[in-house]
Write a protein that binds this ligand. Structure first.
Ligand SMILES: [Zn+2]
Ligand SMILES: [Zn+2]
Ligand SMILES: [Zn+2]
Length: 88
């Protein structure tokens, strides 16, 4: 795996989405564009191009730095605090 920052280096096994929905958007009956899965706790939330940006809010509130894309065919990790990116 390409090295982007210590947080991404710490990801040994990529955590994948359990269900392809943003739970927070479902609660408020909103929509999302793309999904991201938190590599610390495994929740799946919507991306920054979505109206509610739940993935970055989750990262801020829980201090979980790294997400993986939950989109089919996309194999990359992103670290919020370091703005780090790595494909796997
Ligand atoms: Zn990092
Ligand atoms: Zn959402
Ligand atoms: Zn998390």
């Amino acid at each position: 795996m390409a090295s982007a920052c210590a947080h991404i280096d710490a990801v040994q096994t990529v955590v994948h989405a359990k269900a392809r929905v943003c739970d927070e958007c479902v609660k408020i009956q909103s929509q999302w564009l793309h999904l991201r899965t938190c590599q610390t706790c495994g929740v799946t939330r919507c991306c920054d191009s979505s109206p509610n940006r739940h993935a970055s809010r989750h990262a801020r509130e829980s201090h979980h730095p790294v997400i993986a894309s939950a989109e089919p065919g996309q194999r990359w990790l992103y670290c919020y605090p370091d703005d780090g990116f790595a494909e796997y």
